[in-house]
Design a protein around this ligand. Structure first.
Ligand SMILES: Cc1cc2nc3c(=O)[nH]c(=O)nc-3n(C[C@H](O)[C@H](O)[C@H](O)COP(=O)(O)OP(=O)(O)OC[C@H]3O[C@@H](n4cnc5c(N)ncnc54)[C@H](O)[C@@H]3O)c2cc1C
Length: 403
């Protein structure tokens, strides 16, 4: 017999863990189920490539809430259990162990699934992707002085892992399939080069124009074979991006197009199912466009919108995307969404490693990034979309607040 709930949240990560809290904070009195494939209670995922890898912290220390929070707030948890199907006609969710839960409202927050490389040798040991606590602990356990680490891909996660491995004394090579600097598809060439240089000066090697063709070794991996040569490796981390985990949404027949298509209230094509976080391809009313954003801040804020929608509020998706990274001594925050071909305006001296970058198109600010300088968050956010001449953006005689 199916267990009945007012709201069933599918995916117990950052979005799922936050939305149950937002619902209770908003006074939602219905019964709530939180279902997650991960055996752990929701945790702060960005820590995996930072605190957990650098400081060896226990991922449990990054839990959003203690285990007892859920029972204390009358949230029934089903951790370590994946949802295999959703039937919107009967408003029923089926779990991997065949339990069934019915819902008045369902919220999908199933996050992303890392891409893997389907090449010979991919089944060898010590080849990892990084998404959950288990991955982070397994990767970290292989770090050590002189260990050879190959990171395939130069995105945010790949570079954070490279920095952590290097900090632990590993011999690190980042393998890129093009000649472009890492991150250049997001930040453009100039800032991509800055990140590449940050890593090079900390001793990270780069191998470019290198397509991975195979992994070799006996039980564990010993080398990555690429079109540009062989890279010896005791540990490989594949960081080539992730895809939205849309299996449960597709099983419900929801409209899926680069994620679950939702409106500004996070409602999907089925009025009783919402979607938030990495999987949501959502209508942003501030930018008047659809966005799918794979960052922590987005999952947390969309959770608040979904809770508002369910409790009869009017919150909408109306903010600029934001994210941050920490690599070696660099900490940065980025707000807005610049194109890789936008003009880049630097405020301050890049060589000092403390500066602000603006991306600029048609006279307007499209994005801003503060590198190792802090407390400009709200001011930079307010500038996105604003018409400001490039020379003024660069002029340090004009305070950021006056721009
Ligand atoms: C290593 C790492 C570092 C990161 N660092 C940063 C950073 O520095 N800054 C930043 O802004 N963002 C960062 N991110 C991205 C950020 O963590 C994600 O954008 C955020 O977690 C998305 O939240 P979510 O709720 O959509 O998905 P998630 O937090 O991924 O949660 C999804 C959950 O759904 C579960 N699930 C999937 N399928 C099912 C199913 N069928 N049934 C039940 N449960 C299911 C998963 O097990 C998972 O627990 C990082 C991500 C990773 C992996």
């Amino acid at each position: 017999m199916a267990e009945e709930f007012g709201t069933v949240v599918i995916g117990a990560g950052i979005g799922g863990g936050t939305v149950v809290e937002e619902l209770r904070d908003a006074g939602y009195a219905g019964s709530i189920a939180l279902v997650g494939a991960d055996p752990a209670a929701p945790y702060y995922r960005p820590d995996l490539s930072k605190k957990v890898m650098l400081e060896g912290s226990d991922p449990a220390d990054s839990a959003l809430r203690g285990e007892d929070w859920y029972s204390a707030h009358d949230v029934s948890t089903f951790f370590g259990t994946a949802v295999t199907a959703i039937d919107p006609a009967s408003q029923t969710v089926t779990l991997g162990d065949d339990q069934q839960l019915t819902y008045g409202q369902a919220i999908l927050a199933t996050g992303s699934t890392p891409r893997t490389l389907d090449v010979p040798g991919a089944q060898l040991g010590n080849i990892h992707t990084l998404r959950d606590a288990g991955d982070a602990v397994a990767i970290r356990s292989q770090f050590g002085e002189g260990k050879k680490v190959a990171v395939i891909g130069g995105g945010w996660i790949g570079l954070e892992v490279a920095a952590a491995a290097k900090t632990h004394g590993c011999d690190v090579t980042v393998i890129l399939h093009t000649d472009a600097p890492p991150l250049s598809s997001v930040l453009g060439t100039q800032l991509g080069e800055y990140f590449e240089e940050l890593h090079r000066k900390n001793g990270v090697n780069f191998l470019k124009q290198a397509d991975t063709t195979a992994f070799t070794g006996s039980d564990a991996v010993e080398a990555v074979e690429t079109s540009a040569g062989s890279v010896p490796a005791d540990l490989v981390v594949v960081g080539i991006g992730a895809d939205p985990t849309t299996g449960p949404a597709a099983s419900a027949g929801l409209t899926v197009d680069d994620g679950v298509v939702v409106d500004e209230h996070m409602r999907s094509s089925d009025g009783s199912i919402l979607a938030i976080g990495d999987i949501a391809n959502a209508q942003n009313v501030l930018r008047d466009e659809r966005l799918r954003v794979e960052h922590w801040d987005n999952a947390v804020r969309q959770a608040a919108v979904a809770a508002s929608t369910i409790t009869g509020g009017s919150a909408v998706y109306d903010w600029q995307p934001y994210f941050y990274t920490d690599q070696f001594d660099l900490g940065m925050e980025y707000v807005g969404r610049g194109g890789p071909d936008d003009d880049v305006v630097i405020r301050g001296d890049k060589a000092s490693d403390e500066f602000i970058v603006f991306w600029h198109r048609d006279g307007r600010v499209t994005a801003a990034m503060n590198v190792n300088v802090w407390d400009y968050g709200d001011e930079l956010r307010a500038l996105i979309g604003k018409e400001v001449p490039a020379a003024r953006l660069a002029d340090e005689q004009v305070s950021v607040g006056e721009l």
